[in-house]
Design a protein around this ligand. Structure first.
Ligand SMILES: NC(=O)c1ccc[n+]([C@@H]2O[C@H](COP(=O)([O-])OP(=O)(O)OC[C@H]3O[C@@H](n4cnc5c(N)ncnc54)[C@H](O)[C@@H]3O)[C@@H](O)[C@H]2O)c1
Length: 254
């Protein structure tokens, strides 16, 4: 991928799943990485597994909290001497029928997936504008931001919000040479999905793959990491204010 070598990259939610695979991919491309997660021990373990590939640091904090976001973004700027790319990836999900969602559960999903996305994006964008170099911000949405999967009303609403946040940021930040795009993965094998499907019938995953995904399988975290790397690279220099769907054809089904 062109233009990623030497780039200073902050990956929120980089301690696990898609974010950890993305940290690996950016390191393989020669970038310098700070990854974050909710849990310092998990971030440290992921860093330990990647450090042979290049410069990588791990920080912990909750993206829904302003003080934590200031500390995480400030820490990343300090570790890397500035920033060029934000992979705004941290998020959470759980299944819950619409009729049973409590206001507290609604608020938590929104706080992490939409407020957290906004807080991290704004803190990094302010840094990029002050730095004056331009940059790239990639926000994690989902196919659930484009279609209404049952039992995920709060999650779907948060990910739909990420798409309009992304477009609005693109409109406002283009003049600062900050490119902003979103990713919409479908069903990807990660610890998050493993914990969700653990509570369902044994054959849920194979039935889901057969009935909902034309390619007949779940995606891999590495296949989403490749999308992040492409959108951050110079090969995507004129791609701005849109989303990349990576779903094995799931949204193509009528
Ligand atoms: N797995 C999928 O099928 C899929 C599909 C579409 C979108 N996504 C999105 O991809 C992103 C990563 O998901 P994943 O499947 O790799 O999950 P994961 O659980 O493996 O990783 C989630 C990461 O986010 C961090 N995180 C969670 N809550 C946080 C908080 N409050 N503050 C800071 N960090 C927090 C975790 O520490 C971890 O590093 C999420 O935004 C998710 O919604 C996942």
């Amino acid at each position: 991928m062109r233009g990623l070598a030497g780039k200073r990259v902050l990956i929120s939610g980089g301690s696990s799943g898609i974010g950890a695979a993305t940290a690996r991919r950016f390191l393989e491309e020669g970038a310098r990485v700070v990854l974050t997660g909710l849990d310092q021990a998990e971030a440290d373990a992921t860093v330990a597994g990647l450090s042979a590939l290049g410069e990588v640091h791990g920080l912990a904090g909750d993206v829904s909290l302003e003080a934590d976001v200031d500390r995480l973004v400030g820490g990343a700027v300090q570790e890397l001497g500035g920033l060029d790319v934000l992979v705004n990836n941290a998020g959470t999900a759980w299944r819950e029928p619409f009729l049973e969602i409590t206001p507290a559960h609604w608020d938590r999903i929104m706080a992490v997936n939409l407020r957290g996305m906004f807080l991290v994006a704004q803190a990094v964008a302010r840094h990029l504008v002050a730095q004056g170099t331009g940059g790239v911000i990639l926000n994690m949405s989902s196919t659930n931001g484009l279609g209404g999967e049952a039992d995920y009303a709060h999650y779907n609403a948060s990910k739909g919000g990420v798409l309009l946040l992304t477009r609005t940021m693109a409109v406002e930040l283009g003049k600062h040479r900050i490119r902003v795009n979103a990713l919409c993965p479908g069903y990807i094998q990660t610890p998050l999905n493993a914990s969700i499907s653990a509570g369902l019938d044994g054959d849920f995953v194979s039935g889901y793959e057969r009935d909902h995904i034309p390619l007949g399988r779940a995606g891999l975290a590495e296949e989403v990491a490749a999308g992040y790397a492409f959108l951050a690279s110079d090969d995507a220099a004129f791609i701005h204010g849109t989303e990349l769907v990576i779903d094995g054809g799931q949204l193509a089904i009528m």
